[in-house]
Design a protein. Structure first.
Length: 717
């Protein structure tokens, strides 16, 4: 008779940025149940349907459990030592022959939720010494705004949702994403709470989203014009002398900002945004009059042609109305593991180097992902020849996936740290399988720094990883060690460091960071915050609501820069693009994304049946193209085309079509059968079109044509 031991474990969910607390039931080595933890100080029992995926990935038969080498006859299992030796050896050989920049690295979004990956990836990147590193697909404008205005790319303000009286949302659907940035479990309830306490919620979006359905008001806006709308709002509120005097005590550039927005009136913005000037004026007055107000821009406000200006204008609006670093406004976290404080001596930079082909700028050590394919396909001796991907699936989550597939096929060598042979890793020469979230310790280093409340929580592994899988940190450490050995040099010191890091692991580094943080007791492990403290509080530690702390977060003698020169210079591009005297004529269709509750960089094994792509189209646009509800249509852009069924609805404004992101899990050669099959919107996204200021990909407002699939294009005109 076989005996199965059962237990209950406490855990934080890693499926999105909300960090919901979980109670996980374990029977033997199987995940039997997952439910919300009512005692979690941040989520208080809230969970979404995504928690079921944590259980599914444990038993998924298509998950890779041993290192794989791609051969002419298919995938062949190899030992870890063989795989790691080959990976390090090939990467080193290519750099010796062609230079350090011949190897590129991509970090997918799941690395932000893996403490081991975050702590050990910089070591490997330092060993590689390559400037070709990319991570963020959709957050570069936000990081640029933080860097230029506050002096650090990670010093990002978050909306104090639980105390605000007026919430203005642009380019976000937090009722589905649970905030993303910020992490805010139960966003639907939090939005409803604002209205219950007499506050106001306004959503400005080309689509009437799930969040818009909860708001007091939804305003349609033409994609890509958010910066014009925000500057028009600033134009209206930047004349309040008492408020401006208050912000002048904390910031520089008040008068410069006022002069810069003087020409961007609501009337000037109206022909381009589609928002009547009187509506813009009314919203500006209401925002300025609210006792506590905050403007919040999501990924949609980043991934457009003026994403950098959008994020700057949002922060400037919060500042000039007196709502920056103020309860109910845009505030700053004070996390227990404080990356900003730990990296105070190294605050990154902007434009220190640029991509070779297009000259896109570096930010905080990373280059825009939109440049990766062209840097590989460049016809010169200095092109990228090898690639290391760590989590993620850039073929489906970055622009022009078709071209990226072609580029990956042109590499001399590629290695992927990936749990599945997916659309990206199928191109690799080696696939190195990592432990999954429930199989490793968990502390959200990045996400605690972006949450709406200061909390801390450490969770030990719930189950052991399957034989053959290593945690990401071990894979990174082993690659680092092998590359360092191949390079020679300080062999004794490196070997001692390798053994020490292997022994203490991420938990040792995490403990040190907690003790050196704002709640820690320094090197005394018995005082203040430490890993020991968190182990003794498995439901998490509540460190309180956000509090005004900006002066202590800034570098010494630093002030907020309200009018950074790069943003002021980019206003000229905005003027040229949206001329004041332009007569509004006939326009084509613009494609925007639609947040998918199941969206993520990891493959998802057990989605609801029927999770297929649908194009949303306004009735007027459908009628003009002889398209009926349920028809299959062809959607084409400059870089690609796809077939998809259409749903006719007034949820989108006329002139706009919407397609969900992250579908397309059905490419030939992958070893999985993901449920998000069908059209991938990123096959339409043009990697040649970016926000030139930040280099960020333009995912919102992609020009497309649509016509019935069963007719010739000429007949549909």
């Amino acid at each position: 008779m076989r005996l199965f031991l059962s237990s209950t474990c406490l855990r934080a969910c890693t499926r999105c940025d909300a960090m919901c607390g979980l109670i996980v039931g374990v029977v033997g080595d199987r995940i039997a149940s997952v439910r919300g933890d009512e005692r979690d100080p941040l989520s208080q029992g809230w969970v979404c349907p995504r928690v079921g995926e944590l259980r599914a990935t444990r038993t998924d038969l298509e998950r890779v459990r041993r290192p794989l080498r791609r051969t002419a006859s298919g995938w062949t299992p190899v030992s870890w030592d063989e795989a790691l030796d080959e990976a390090a050896g090939r990467l080193h050989a290519i750099q010796v022959e062609h230079g350090a920049d011949a190897v590129a690295t991509y970090l997918g979004r799941p690395t932000a939720r893996d403490p081991g990956a975050l702590l050990f990836a910089p070591m490997l990147l330092g060993a590689l010494r390559s400037r070709n590193f990319s991570a963020s697909v959709d957050q570069l404008p936000r990081m640029l705004s933080a860097h230029l205005m506050f002096g650090h790319p990670l010093l990002v303000p978050v909306p104090d949702l639980d105390r605000t009286q007026y919430l203005l949302i642009l380019g976000a659907n937090p009722a589905v994403s649970e905030g993303s940035i910020p992490g805010a479990p139960g966003m639907r309830s939090r939005i409803e709470a604002i209205r219950r306490r007499g506050g106001t919620v306004v959503v400005v979006d080309p689509r009437r989203s799930e969040t818009a359905s909860l708001a007091d008001e939804h305003v349609f806006i033409r994609p890509g014009t958010d910066a014009l709308f925000l500057l028009a709002i600033l134009h209206e509120v930047a004349t309040d002398a008492p408020r401006l005097r208050r912000v002048a005590g904390l910031a520089d550039g008040v008068d410069t900002l006022r002069a810069a927005v003087r020409e961007f009136t609501p009337a000037r913005a109206e022909p381009h945004t589609g928002i009547p000037a009187e509506v813009t004026c009314r919203l500006a007055r209401a925002f300025a009059a609210a006792p506590r107000a905050v403007a919040y821009g999501g990924a949609g406000a980043c991934t457009q042609a003026f994403g950098g200006l959008c994020q700057w204008a949002i922060t400037a609006l919060n500042a000039v109305t007196g709502n920056l670093d103020r309860e109910g406004g845009a505030m700053f976290t004070l996390p227990a593991f404080d990356v900003v404080r730990l990296l105070a001596a190294s605050r990154g930079g902007f434009g220190r180097w640029r991509t070779r082909v297009r000259g896109l700028p570096e930010l905080a050590g990373q280059l825009p992902i939109a440049a990766l394919a062209e840097e590989i396909l460049a016809d010169d001796a200095n092109r990228v020849r090898a690639l290391l991907t760590i989590a993620g699936n850039p073929v489906l989550s970055t622009p022009n996936g078709t071209r990226l597939v072609r580029a990956l096929g042109a590499l001399e060598f590629m290695v992927s740290i990936a749990a599945y042979v997916d659309e990206t890793s199928r191109q690799a020469d080696l696939v190195l399988p990592p432990a999954m979230p429930l199989e490793r310790g968990q502390y959200e280093i990045a996400l605690h720094a972006l949450a709406i409340r200061n909390t801390a929580r450490y969770s030990p592994p719930v189950v052991a990883p399957p034989r053959g899988a290593l945690p990401v940190w071990r894979i990174l450490l082993e690659l680092h060690h092998r590359i360092a050995q191949l390079r020679g040099g300080r062999r004794v010191a490196e070997s001692l460091g390798y053994r020490a890091l292997k022994r203490i692991g991420p938990e040792g580094l995490l403990d040190l960071g907690l003790r050196m943080g704002p709640y820690g007791g320094g090197l005394n492990p018995l005082r203040g915050m430490s890993l020991r403290t968190l182990r003794a509080s498995p439901h998490g530690v509540d460190l309180g609501p956000l509090r005004p702390c900006l002066p202590e977060r800034l570098a010494r003698d630093q002030r907020v820069a309200l009018a950074p020169a790069p943003f002021l210079a980019d206003l000229e591009r905005l003027r040229r693009t949206f001329r004041a005297d332009e007569v509004r004529g006939e326009r084509g269709l613009l494609l925007v994304g639609e947040r998918n509750r199941w969206e993520d960089d990891w493959r998802i094994p057990d989605l609801p049946i029927g999770a297929r792509q649908t194009l949303l189209m306004h009735p007027l646009d459908a009628r003009a193209r002889a398209v009926a509800d349920g028809d299959e249509v062809i959607v084409s852009s400059r870089v690609g085309r796809l077939a998809v069924k259409v749903r006719i609805t007034d949820e989108v404004m006329s002139g706009v079509v919407s397609l969900r992101h992250d579908h397309g899990h059905d490419a030939e050669g992958t070893l999985h059968t993901g449920a998000l099959v069908g059209a991938s919107a990123d096959d339409l996204t043009d990697d040649a079109v970016v926000d030139p200021l930040s280099g960020s990909t333009v995912l919102s407002g992609v020009p497309v044509a649509v016509w019935p699939a069963d007719r010739r294009r000429e007949a549909s005109r």
